[in-house]
Design a protein around this ligand. Structure first.
Ligand code: F6P
Length: 540
């Protein structure tokens, strides 16, 4: 059924029209308690959504829509292991990865929780071995650098989390990440490393991803060139995958393999064995805390009433902007340098999950789905793209993410950082009227240039501290936000067929580089000419 023609959708559209000219200034001045009334908190995580272009009625209608679209049933179906990834006939159970040992989650009648904990135990033993030096390299040296080779979900989550939690890493250990098939990436990652003290974690759910396997082969050749004995591979390479056969075919001993399962999507896999490099970096206990934080948010998502449910509120606000306010993009602005990789991580989570144009049953969708997600840490972004947010022509909903207490003691730095976060959200919401500009003594001719329309929506998310636990909460908050939106829009958030065509064409073009020149190679004239140009350079 058409979503756009559903009565509640129409009602929301009419409601939006009635709000079109309402400014956040009015909303705040009419309701002095709007700030606290639109702030919810769970287990230390604060979500202030008061600076969004909504009223209490908007939120009621959005939550009616959530009920109308059976969101509660969807949540229940996901947590109970129903095969909601319909195009791949799979359950979606990243939540089982953080389920406590005494829980039970059934997939086709099989309890997966003991399997999850078996792998966590295996990871713990290995991570402890690497950290303590009992796991040694081929020549007896302790490991000093771990290089995670993976891409997409097998890279972005571990890279983001390792960057965020660097303070928890021992000084003697270095963790590097290689993802791009661009040889410059691995060349730089290997620069200065001692092969005898380097461990490679080859992370790939399918273990067929060209980029990852190419990088892993290059790493193996680099290692063997230095150590000269193929049995060194067993001490310097481990694999994380759901594909045992391909791991063995690559030459990694399945004894050095950490498994996960087809019911864990790549972009949801950080809490699985894909987090091995994170566990080595921060230690097994800290990794457990990350899982516990995610689990706290899982339970909240599953049980809290929608009007106080952080992921549901965040998700429904996104539905509001895409469906009714014509917004194209969504900015993620962490005011914390440690979260610098969060926007890239959320890009994959959101855009690969919900960047779809057919519903679960294959019907073309008649509403806008996932926004373009982008962002940079504050305050850096302020000196780059904030001009457009303040005075451009787009409405860009923003998530400001702040951490109340830093780990450093530089009070001035942190005060300035937080002052900027609060100030930017305030400036975007309320702007500066021409009258205010004139009152500030600005010459008449400059008034239009120095006026700020305001009414730019934002949500502020505050964490008490950035710890493994709160990072786990933040990750699960966004995972469930994305789920909420996908469910409302009726898309399958857990497949990614859209990445296939480019891969197939790249394989074909790659095979053509060595062929004799053909005038009619079946490519369009632009692609044909580009390939020819590259072939000429390559020949030389
Ligand atoms: O091509 C997209 C994708 O399949 C992502 O969904 C995934 O996270 C990434 O590639 C890496 O896949 P793998 O872990 O199987 O190497």
């Amino acid at each position: 059924m058409s979503i756009a023609k559903a009565p509640l959708w129409r009602k929301l559209r009419e409601h939006r029209e009635s709000l079109e000219t309402t400014h956040l200034r009015e909303l705040f001045s009419h309701d002095k308690r709007r700030g606290p009334a639109m702030t919810v908190e769970h287990d230390g995580v604060v979500l202030d959504y008061a600076k969004n272009l909504v009223t209490a009625e908007t939120m009621e209608l959005l939550l009616d829509l959530a009920a109308d679209r059976d969101l509660a049933t969807g949540i229940d179906a996901m947590f109970s292991g129903h095969p909601i990834n319909t195009t791949e006939h799979r359950a979606v159970l990243h939540t089982a990865l953080r389920a406590p040992r005494d829980c039970s989650v059934l997939v086709d009648g099989h309890d997966v929780v003991p399997d999850v904990h078996d792998v966590l135990d295996q990871m713990r033993e290995f991570a402890d071995g690497v950290r303590s030096g009992t796991w040694r390299g081929f020549t007896g040296e302790p490991i000093r650098t771990v290089v995670n080779i993976g891409i997409g979900g097998s890279d972005l989550g571990p890279a983001m989390a390792t960057h965020a939690l660097r303070e928890y890493m021992p000084d003697e250990l270095d963790i590097r990440f290689v993802s791009n098939v661009d040889g410059h990436d691995i060349e730089r990652a290997l620069r200065g490393l001692d092969p005898a003290r380097t461990l490679f974690v080859v992370a790939s759910k399918t273990f067929t991803t060209v980029e990852t396997l190419t990088n892993a082969r290059t790493a193996r050749a680099w290692l063997l060139a230095a150590l000269g004995d193929s049995s060194a591979v067993a001490r310097h390479f481990v694999a994380v995958s759901s594909n045992t056969d391909e791991v063995a075919a690559f030459g990694i001993d399945p004894a050095n393999m950490f498994v996960f399962w087809d019911w864990v999507g790549g972009r949801y896999s950080l809490p699985s064995a894909i987090g091995l490099s994170v566990m080595i970096a921060i230690g097994p206990e800290r990794f457990r805390e990350l899982l516990a934080g995610a689990q706290s948010m899982d339970e909240h998502f599953r049980r809290a009433p929608f009007e106080r449910n952080l992921p549901v509120l965040l998700g429904m606000l996104g539905v509001w902007y895409r469906g009714f306010c014509d917004t194209q993009t969504h900015a993620v602005l962490p005011y914390d340098q440690r979260l610098a990789r969060l926007p890239a991580y959320l890009q994959q989570l959101d855009m690969e999950s919900n960047g779809k144009s057919v519903t679960r049953d294959g019907t073309p969708i008649d509403i806008a789905t996932a926004p373009i997600v982008w962002g940079e840490p504050g305050t850096n972004g302020q000196h780059a793209f904030f001009q457009l947010l303040h005075q451009g022509t787009e409405i860009v909903p923003c998530d400001f993410i702040g951490v109340l207490e830093p780990t450093h003691g530089m009070v001035e730095h942190h005060d300035l950082l937080m002052a900027n976060l609060f100030a930017q959200a305030e400036a975007l919401a309320f702007g500066r009227t021409p009258a205010e500009v004139v009152a500030a003594g600005v010459p008449e001719s400059q008034v239009p240039h120095r006026t700020f329309a305001g009414n730019q929506p934002s949500t502020t998310i505050l964490l008490p501290r950035l710890t493994p636990y709160t990072l786990g909460q933040l990750i699960a908050l966004y995972e469930h936000k994305v789920f909420t939106q996908g469910w409302i829009w009726g898309v399958n958030s857990f497949d990614q067929w859209g990445v296939e065509l480019g891969k197939a064409l790249a394989t074909r073009i790659y095979g053509e580089f060595d062929m004799e020149r053909v005038n009619d190679d079946g490519h369009d004239s632009s692609t044909h000419a580009l390939i020819q140009r590259y072939r000429r350079v390559r020949k030389n």
